[in-house]
Design a protein around this ligand. Structure first.
Ligand code: NAD
Length: 251
């Protein structure tokens, strides 16, 4: 039996699945990843600077650029693709313990997951947060201010610096969120990692944590990952093919 068929049988038999997703699951929705062959940083290494907390906080010009980029981003219109929709089937069948995502695009929730099942370890681009007082608001309300002429809109409550409610490089993760992800990894009987280079930590630790707790591990990606040595099955190929096959309803 080929690897995909074996892996699909494991999915059908599993009772507590944790899925870990990365940017690769959203490329077919038109959102580029960072490190894949067409990744933002692969093509333009300087773009990494804008995602670094220290630079963002210190450099008003960089923030103005970041707000302009947010305003014109095509990501706001992105829709879930077949891989996102397929994963919702696992939840409908009562098999999904948690969906841990490194993505910030909320496409899993838009595909139909119960938001309570989705653990966003790197936050969400659809909300803003004040660096000074932590005030959290829908991103679109801040973008309306940028559209109206504010180049680097300050917090309306305290005047602090606003950024998207995402985890930038150099920024600590929210402890309860990453702990929830790792705790789910320890309770699952099957871990599926999809569309991640598994090179960003501590999120990537979900894989060895699940493995050492006794779960089977399936890694689906378009190229090798940093965690392939932990995989019981590696599914190399486009996620638009592997994920629907993996999540297909049993006959
Ligand atoms: P990554 O860019 O490091 O890796 C993505 C992987 O997906 C690559 O190995 C690439 O080859 C693979 N891939 C891309 N499209 C694929 C496809 N259609 N089929 C199969 N494989 C495919 O992404 P990462 O591991 O998630 O780490 C990047 C960080 O950047 C994350 O922490 C995330 O927060 C952030 N990010 C998020 C988004 C998003 O929300 N959609 C987009 C870019 C970056």
């Amino acid at each position: 039996m080929d690897d995909l068929s074996v892996a699909a049988q494991w999915v059908q038999a599993a009772q507590r699945i944790v899925v870990l997703t990365g940017a690769g699951i959203s490329t077919d929705s038109g959102i580029p990843d960072f490190r894949g062959p067409n990744g933002v940083w692969t093509k333009n290494p300087a773009a990494e600077k804008a995602s670094t907390l220290q630079h963002y906080l210190e450099d008003p010009e960089l923030r103005k650029l970041a707000w302009r980029n947010r305003l014109t981003s095509t990501t706001w219109e992105a829709q879930p693709n077949v891989a996102h929709h397929s994963l919702v089937e696992l939840e409908r069948r009562g098999q999904l313990l948690a969906l841990v995502t490194q993505n910030i695009d909320e496409l899993h929730q838009r595909a139909g997951h119960d938001p309570a099942k989705v653990i966003e370890v790197h936050g969400t681009m659809r909300w803003s947060r004040c660096w000074g007082c932590n005030d959290r608001r829908p991103m679109q309300s801040v973008l309306d201010r940028v559209r109206a002429g504010e180049e680097d809109p300050p917090c309306e409550l305290c005047g602090g610096i606003l950024k998207s409610d995402t985890i930038s490089f150099g920024q600590a993760l929210v402890p309860e969120v990453i702990e929830a992800a790792l705790a789910a990894a320890e309770r699952c009987d099957l871990l599926v990692a999809a569309g991640s280079s598994l090179s960003v930590f501590p999120a990537a630790n979900v894989v060895p944590r699940a493995k050492s707790a006794g779960a089977k591990v399936i890694i689906a990606n378009g190229e090798p990952t940093k965690m392939d040595r932990f995989a019981d099955r590696l599914l190399l190929g486009p996620l638009s093919e592997t994920i629907p096959a993996l999540c297909a309803n049993p006959d």
